[in-house]
Design a binder for this molecule. Structure first.
Ligand code: AMP
Length: 349
């Protein structure tokens, strides 16, 4: 095994390519955008659409194993590749996580609690579902939502739902019951080709405008809640016959009960802290998993906080660089648009 193919050229692919290089693997990125963050540090890039058959054939020919850095890789592309080369995580993980309804059904099937939900395909269904939830809920697109995009919150019966179905584009939606959570946490876990599972400690996440702002480790949860997160991640990895790193996001209620929100079949923004506070980061863990190497146990040597540098936050770079015990990681993006993730910093407590 020498070359790892990575579908997607963003910062997650970049950090995977860097981790791969340290273990003597070559990486080839499949990404339509030229000079993307990942290709800047990889051994090669195939500049093509993620579902371009000729590009997929080339990727399979040039790589020993293929992985991906985002969950909206077309399932048909992953399945086509899987006929030629191992594709990790398995394409089934993409199919499950690309649709919020199939994701919740899968989680419930693993014995993991989620928000109650109704699939919505019309304004009439939306109104019936809102009535069932006493007017409160979060309406989301079933597919292709990220960072809080494609969502609408209903706070109660006085919230006017007229036109809400059409306003989200007339696409399949899901209405989730509103979860009155105390905090949001996530867990990063991995499963190797031999079935070994390793979990990192759960992180506590704060979002701003729907985008992750900080991840703090340890999270303010008790051991029983941390164990519940590990058990949920273990059940998901096992049910999918998974290989690689996964991120699982939860709402934690005041009594410590966890409600799963979503799964990301890839390395995850709320796991970036592992590169500063663990000997083996989530990126190296993922490379180890897909390459069939032994996993790290996920041990953490420090408490820490990771903060995303979004848009203009990048202007504070000199301030971050001057701070002690602080690791700065930039993504090679030239233009700092609002909402764009430019880099992150992790400081050790
Ligand atoms: P998501 O795109 O599903 O990660 O949702 C973005 C953010 O919206 C979450 O991190 C929560 O802060 C909030 N949110 C999403 N779903 C719910 C829900 N069912 N109840 C309460 N808050 C939610």
């Amino acid at each position: 095994m020498r070359t790892i193919g990575i579908i997607g050229g963003g910062q997650l692919g970049r950090m995977l390519a860097m981790a791969a290089a340290r273990l003597n693997f070559r990486t080839i990125i499949l990404e339509p955008q030229v000079d993307c963050p990942a290709a800047q540090v990889a051994n090669g890039q195939i500049v093509a659409a993620y579902d371009d058959p000729a590009a997929l054939e080339r990727l399979a020919a040039e790589c020993d194993v293929v992985t991906y850095e985002f969950e909206n890789v077309p399932v048909s592309a992953a399945e086509m590749l899987a006929r030629a080369r191992p594709v990790y995580p398995p394409p089934k993980a993409l199919a499950v996580s690309q649709d919020r309804v199939s994701e919740k059904q899968f989680l419930n099937g693993c014995g993991i609690e989620t928000a109650r939900f109704h699939a919505i395909d019309s304004q009439e269904q939306l109104e019936q579902a809102l009535a069932d939830f006493s007017g409160k809920g979060v309406l989301k697109t079933r597919r292709l939502g990220y960072d809080g995009k494609g969502q609408r919150v209903f706070k109660g019966a006085s919230d006017n739902a007229t036109g809400a179905y059409a306003a989200l584009g007339g696409v399949p939606l899901v209405l989730e019951s509103f979860v009155a959570f105390e905090r949001e946490i996530s867990i990063i876990a991995a499963r190797g080709t031999d079935g070994t599972i390793a979990c990192y400690d759960p992180a506590e996440n704060i979002h701003r405008q729907g985008i992750l702002h900080t991840s703090t480790v340890p999270a303010s949860i008790n051991e029983a809640t941390a164990e519940a997160a590990r058990l949920a991640a273990t059940a998901i990895l096992t049910a999918l016959g998974y290989v690689g790193v996964i991120g699982v996001e939860f709402f934690a209620l005041a009594d410590g009960t966890l409600i799963a929100n979503e799964i990301a079949p890839r390395v995850h923004n709320s796991g970036h802290w592992t590169e500063a506070a663990c000997v083996v980061s989530q990126f190296e863990q993922h490379i180890r998993a897909v390459a069939g190497l032994p996993l790290s146990d996920g041990a953490r040597h420090s408490d820490c906080v990771m903060q995303n540098l979004i848009g203009d936050d990048i202007d504070d770079l000199p301030v971050w660089l001057a701070k002690p015990n602080t690791l700065v990681h930039l993504y090679g993006k030239t233009e700092a648009r609002p909402g764009r993730k430019m880099g992150h910093v992790t400081w050790l407590a």
